[in-house]
Design a protein around this ligand. Structure first.
Ligand code: NAP
Length: 267
């Protein structure tokens, strides 16, 4: 009998907790060890909840190398293919290898602080750069090392393709097929007046180009959000945002189609 480990996370709501118990029994019956803590010998991570719970699981495991599958318990559910009443079928398909692994790129921000120390943040959806409270920010933007504009507005979202349907979409960014390895730089409330000139649409960057951001010197506090996790910095020298070499391997059942999901969730 197999004693292979499957790590299962759930978001704590009633249906997710019930689904967790049902899944644990089925996994034990099939000879798997169920853990709620990620360790390197985990062969699969299962996350029960919505996209927010999925993001939390990815961060809790520090972007694991093993596959991760999502079970949707009533949320938007872009990262999930399995429903609570489809557990038996999911496990059959998993054991017989009837699935694909979707490789999702991530985005990394390297923040250099006032003392020259570097801090790295990774996001599956996006990196967001904002000022303190509701103040506008003024950011010198370069692409591939070439100065482009001084952005003025509420902030910038640098989204992966997988994250294009999240915050990026809410502020008018485009939906990008996750097979496209790119970064989408989307302005949040850009000012475009005779006083300030900023791009008002998203900019798409290929995976080998980085975005450089230097806050204007009076911006003494900058907030970096990776998938909604906020870190405050004082007197940031520079931020470099690029496609990261870390990827997430999402288990997709046969029949998964990104554009069907977009239609189901948004239209
Ligand atoms: P949250 O504010 O509780 O949830 C934000 C919503 O975004 C949830 O409905 C979530 O879906 C959905 N979502 C997350 N990733 C998605 C994706 N890749 N495609 C489509 N929808 C997605 O925050 P959270 O649950 O901790 O998630 C953090 C994310 O919230 C951030 O990465 C950012 O993208 C997003 N966010 C959105 C806005 C906005 O739209 N105005 C503002 C701030 C942050 P579920 O219902 O399935 O969990």
């Amino acid at each position: 009998m197999s004693t292979k480990q499957i790590t299962v996370f759930h978001n704590g709501d009633e249906l997710s907790a019930r689904t967790f118990r049902a899944l644990s029994v089925k996994l034990n019956n099939r000879g798997y060890r169920v853990s709620q803590t990620y360790t390197e010998d985990t062969e699969l991570i299962v996350c029960i909840g919505g996209d927010g719970a999925f993001l939390k699981a990815i961060h809790a495991c520090d972007f694991p190398g093993c596959p991760i599958a999502g079970i949707n318990t009533g949320h938007l559910g872009f990262f999930q293919d399995v429903l609570p009443d489809g557990l038996e079928q999911f496990l059959d398909q998993y054991e017989s290898g009837e699935y694909n692994l979707q490789k999702l790129s991530t985005v990394a921000a390297l923040v250099t602080d006032e003392d020259g120390r570097e801090h790295r943040h990774i996001g599956l959806n996006e990196i967001t750069i904002k000022g303190r409270h509701s103040y506008s920010v003024h950011l010198f933007i370069s692409i591939g090392g070439k100065p482009i504009e001084k952005f003025s507005g509420d902030g910038l979202i640098v989204a992966t393709s997988a994250g294009s349907t999240a915050y990026n979409y809410s502020v008018g960014g485009s939906i990008a097929d996750p097979r496209l390895d790119l970064l989408q730089v989307t302005p949040i409330a850009p000012m475009n007046t005779t006083a300030y000139r900023s791009f008002t649409s998203s900019i798409l960057l290929p995976a080998d180009l980085s975005l450089g951001v230097v806050p204007e010197h009076e911006e003494n506090q900058i907030f970096i959000m990776n998938d909604g996790i906020e870190t405050a910095y004082t007197n940031v020298r520079s931020i470099e945002v690029r496609v990261s070499d870390t990827s997430v391997h999402l288990l997709r059942l046969k029949g998964y189609d990104f554009w069907n999901k977009v239609k189901d969730k948004f239209l």
